[in-house]
Design a binder for this molecule. Structure first.
Ligand code: AMP
Length: 120
């Protein structure tokens, strides 16, 4: 699969559409999900053009990967999510229903998040 530069998160990164930003650094942007599934629902994305966790983990530099995952932890702390707990999730590909083909991690917090995965 080739990275689609017209995906919605690529447009957010280029400033073509707005986002409710909560964090930005050299490698990473984080913003509130437009359709929140929990009181805290933040998306963390690398600034580089990676379509999925598979692409990112295989092809991003060590600097990008370290910066990204440090940012995920910082955003969760900044959101006040550590004490009660939080969940991170990265939908990857068809079976996981990945909707936006730019790698992103969801951070959910602010309520009991229930079981880990829907039973088949
Ligand atoms: P996924 O199914 O993991 O690809 O999730 C994509 C997420 O992106 C969904 O939770 C959407 O609500 C969210 N989303 C889509 N468009 C926007 C947007 N413009 N700003 C913020 N979140 C968005």
């Amino acid at each position: 699969m080739t990275y689609d530069p017209e995906n919605i998160f690529a447009k957010i990164l280029r400033g073509e559409i707005p986002c409710d930003k909560v964090h930005e650094d050299d490698t990473t942007l984080a913003f509130k999900d437009i359709n929140p599934q929990a009181p805290t629902h933040v998306l963390v994305i690398p600034k580089g053009a990676y379509e999925s966790m598979d692409d990112f983990s295989a092809n991003a530099s060590d600097t990008e990967i370290a910066g990204f995952f440090r940012a995920v932890g910082k955003v969760a702390r900044d959101q006040g999510a550590v004490d009660a707990g939080y969940r991170i999730l990265a939908n990857t590909g068809v079976d996981a229903h990945q909707e936006v083909p730019h790698f992103h991690i969801h951070i959910f917090a602010g309520r009991d998040l229930g079981g880990m995965i829907k039973r088949a």
